[in-house]
Design a protein around this ligand. Structure first.
Ligand SMILES: Cc1cc2nc3c(=O)[nH]c(=O)nc-3n(C[C@H](O)[C@H](O)[C@H](O)COP(=O)(O)OP(=O)(O)OC[C@H]3O[C@@H](n4cnc5c(N)ncnc54)[C@H](O)[C@@H]3O)c2cc1C
Length: 321
């Protein structure tokens, strides 16, 4: 590997998109991440010998965009598949209507597999935690540019307090937590649905049929809690399982209890507010991710990382922010 000119901290989809854009322009970049595997908030986990998505439920891709080309390639290679354009809408009394919208894509081997695919030919180092970033410098190593591809509150922790970027980024209070609760049942005992938006329920905001999403029909559901419930259980995510299970059973009229439950904490699941610009680049530090653009999503995170990588490759500077 060549000596990297750019260090990208974060092997989620925005960091991978940034690194790929740099690679395409012939700029050597290194990606580091403190986790054991790439994926970030698109992580999947093997539970009872099968893969379950714990972060993003699915993704969308606006036709005609560069991200749609990436998705078409994944679909052609069997890594992603069009899942559904129909979403159930539930209220306190259960699912009461369906709504159609853009195609939602899923990944038979889990969304994490897609992030790993983007990184297959990159210089990636997992299990590396960066502590401090200043202009073109990360923990005393010097680069032309250092990119923070992560939620604002995580990026802020690396920056000098009071610097322009530290002030620009949103703090913990402006990001919402969630807890993903995986519920496995003995049998599929619910009326068929793909994924549901849940309104006016204190415990959960979304519910996905993971067997339907994965295509293996396993009796597994994944619920994402409201920010309010997550805040009560950030120190003890398992503590959310009882109330989430009760809410899911109530919504789907399930008489049996699940046979297995698992909880995963997302301290920074989604931004409460977006930055209107597609990325930050100033003083040899770049920032990208799902908070940079119109709406927090996988597609926004990819587009932000891709745009930042292209700008760095084109010699972008302070005026790019
Ligand atoms: C519960 C949940 C449900 C969601 N549902 C959907 C959905 O249905 N559809 C959709 O489009 N989007 C959804 N999203 C949002 C989507 O997952 C994100 O927008 C996207 O994955 C963000 O990617 P990213 O690269 O910007 O950040 P991340 O994926 O968060 O990547 C940041 C990476 O930085 C690393 N990192 C942080 N600090 C350091 C450090 N100091 N040193 C080294 N590494 C560090 C982390 O380990 C992480 O891997 C959901 C997210 C959550 C949490």
């Amino acid at each position: 590997m060549q000596q990297p000119q750019v260090l990208i901290i974060g092997a989620g989809i925005s960091g991978m998109a940034c690194a790929q854009a740099l690679k395409s322009a012939g700029i050597p970049a290194r990606v580091v991440d403190r986790g054991r595997r790439p994926g970030g908030r698109m992580t999947s986990r093997t539970i009872n010998s099968r893969t379950v998505d714990l972060g993003a439920s699915y993704f969308t891709a606006e036709p005609g965009t560069p991200f749609a080309d990436v998705v078409s390639d994944w679909v052609a290679r069997g890594l992603a598949r069009p899942w559904t354009d129909t979403v159930a809408v539930a209220g306190a009394d259960g699912i009461n209507r369906v709504s159609t919208g853009p195609m939602r894509y899923a990944a038979p081997a889990g969304l994490q597999r897609l992030v790993a695919d983007l990184g297959h030919d990159l210089d990636i180092h997992q299990g590396v935690t960066i502590e401090h970033v200043t202009a073109g410098e990360a923990d005393t190593e010097r680069y032309d540019t250092v990119v923070l591809a992560m939620p604002d509150p995580q990026a802020r922790r690396l920056l000098t307090v009071g610097s322009a970027l530290h002030t620009e980024l949103n703090d913990d209070a402006n990001w919402e937590p969630s807890i993903a609760v995986v519920l496995e049942w003995a049998a599929r005992d619910w009326e068929s649905f793909h994924t549901a938006f849940v309104n006016d329920v204190a415990e959960i905001t979304t519910l996905a049929d993971d067997g339907d999403r994965r295509g293996d029909d396993a009796p597994v559901l994944v619920a994402h809690t409201t920010a309010a419930l997550a805040r009560q259980h950030l120190d003890d995510p398992d503590g959310a399982i009882t109330s989430v299970t009760a809410a899911v059973r109530r919504l789907l009229s399930l008489s049996d209890a699940p046979t297995r439950a698992f909880a995963h904490r997302w301290t920074f699941a989604r931004p409460a507010a977006q930055h209107p610009q597609p990325y930050w680049l100033s003083d040899r530090i770049g920032v990208c991710g799902d908070a940079w653009g119109q709406r927090s999503s996988v597609a926004t995170a990819w587009a932000s990382g891709d745009a930042l990588g292209r700008t760095i490759a084109a010699g972008g500077d302070a005026d790019a922010r």
